[in-house]
Design a protein around this ligand. Structure first.
Ligand code: HEM
Length: 448
């Protein structure tokens, strides 16, 4: 059992948990579900441990998640800023806290919701079909779903943010974003000790170089926009015109930081979820047929109709339940918190274990079975189902991503047959902070 940090013994009572920094960190990187479930079995929920990024108390219990989200957000700050700030920059929403964080969210969240989001429906479908045709042309017998979905979601987010009138710049951003995503070595996000420099070849050096290249392109786009007076509806235009509550416009630095955050947080997540969806749908003939029947019964391919198709929606929800990309969301306490009979000190991290909540057999009977019907039979609380996190840091792209998944899957499945080419099971594997499929999911695609 581990004990409380020595200088806090008078005021804290921590739950038991596994010992060691490196071993626990590596287990968490390698297979978070297996590690977390084993530790809960051994020590109970909540439990305490101290990975390389700092001490954390972990819970997947609904009652405790409710307590955590019920607090005033001012008692929290981002976890592991020492690791994330050097990678993402100090202005990224992912690392901001307090009033500045609230201010950025209030300004930018509406850009990814409601009617504004629906403007992109037709475009999402067009891009999905265009990318699929390109992949089929290159490789008619074997398309890698992960590559296809990355192309689709990256082109969609770039188009939604920057509009469509500089295809060359968009193409350069597409390449630079892919390079950056490919350099997101998990260790960089799990320990500041991996942040060393080595003649340009360490993981950190390679990440920073790729980030600089993408940032240069963002500067070009912002500069061009500042000289342009055309009326536009893309997200960059909204950022340039937006004003905070005190009437001040966003600074160039703020705009730059948000663009980078949207590209980083907004494309790989959706691409990996779409890949998982294709995999699960085509592993199960019954799911595939039910989905087909529903899609075929729709009068047309209108994005609104697809986004409202209930079995498609349930399939997407079940995909995000069974394969949450972020297996635990993190916070750091600024002040003490009483949780589950323990007194946690200020400075302690909290890990809200999505993967534990999503595999709780009391909430989800036979949790390893992919069964979209569970989302049609009942609803789940935000403390039982949380693929987009929760509370004051809940993903601002949740509505956009869910809409994109429905519109893209809907149009592709209505027009094409997908056949899995590899019968072996695909399991979650670590990407960066996210967990993606262990295989690129090769498929044969043919028109219906
Ligand atoms: C299926 C796709 C996606 C998944 C599964 C996902 C998941 C998440 C999760 C788990 C968080 C952390 C929430 C928390 O700490 O409670 C998050 C944060 C965030 N996501 Fe997403 N995301 C997706 C798509 C997107 C898209 C399309 C955008 C577009 C901009 C986006 C932008 C963000 C931002 C800016 C944050 C930081 C919010 C904050 O700290 O206040 N995400 N996302």
């Amino acid at each position: 059992m581990t004990s409380a940090p020595a200088d806090r013994l008078d005021e804290t009572r921590l739950p038991p948990g596994p010992r060691g920094k490196w071993g626990t960190t590596l287990q968490l990187i390698r297979n978070p579900r297996v590690a977390l479930e084993r530790w809960v079995k051994q020590f109970g929920d909540p439990f305490y441990f101290c990975p390389l990024n700092g001490p954390v108390v972990v819970t997947g219990r609904e009652d405790l998640l409710r307590v955590i989200h019920g607090q005033d957000p001012s008692i929290y700050e981002p976890f592991a800023s020492q690791t994330t700030v050097p990678l993402l920059g100090p202005g990224s929403m992912l690392v901001l806290s307090g009033d500045r964080h609230k201010r950025e969210r209030r300004l930018t969240s509406p850009m990814f919701q409601g009617e504004r989001m629906k403007v992109y429906g037709g475009l999402m479908q067009e891009i999905a079909i265009e990318c699929l045709l390109q992949h089929l042309e290159r490789s008619p017998e074997r398309v890698l779903t992960a590559d296809l979905m990355q192309d689709i979601s990256l082109r969609i987010i770039i188009r939604a943010i920057f509009g469509g009138d500089d295809p060359q710049l968009a193409q350069r951003m597409f390449v630079a974003s892919k390079v950056l995503a490919g350099r997101a070595n998990p260790l960089l996000f799990f320990t500041p000790r991996s942040h060393f420099s080595c003649w340009g070849w360490s993981p950190r050096d390679r990440w920073l170089k790729a980030k600089r290249q993408l940032c240069d392109l963002l500067d070009i786009a912002i500069e061009a926009r500042s000289r342009d007076s055309q009326p536009r509806v893309d997200i960059l235009a909204m950022l340039c015109q937006a004003t905070y509550e005190d009437g001040q416009p966003m600074s160039r630095g703020d705009i730059h930081a948000e663009l980078l955050t949207f590209l980083f947080a907004g494309h790989e997540t959706t691409a990996l979820s779409l890949t998982w969806a294709i995999y699960h749908i085509h592993r199960d003939v019954r799911v595939q047929q039910t989905l087909r029947d529903q899609l075929d019964a729709l009068p047309d391919e209108s994005p609104t109709g697809l986004a409202e198709a209930d079995y498609l929606k349930a399939t997407i929800q079940e995909t995000l339940r069974i394969n949450p990309l972020v297996t635990e969301t993190l916070r750091k306490l600024r002040e003490p918190l009483d949780l589950g009979g323990y007194r946690l000190p200020g400075g302690m991290g909290l890990a809200l274990a999505t993967v534990l909540a999503h595999y709780n057999p009391e909430t989800y009977p036979e949790p390893d079975v992919f069964r979209p019907e569970r989302f049609l039979e009942r609803s789940f609380s935000p403390f039982q189902y949380m693929p987009f996190g929760g509370g004051h840091r809940r993903c601002i792209g949740a509505a956009f991503a869910s809409y994109e998944m429905a519109v893209v899957l809907g149009v592709l499945l209505r027009r094409y047959n997908f056949q899995l080419l590899d019968p072996r099971p695909v399991v979650p594997t670590r990407r960066s902070v996210t967990m993606g499929p262990s295989s690129p999911v090769p498929v044969k695609i043919s028109p219906r």
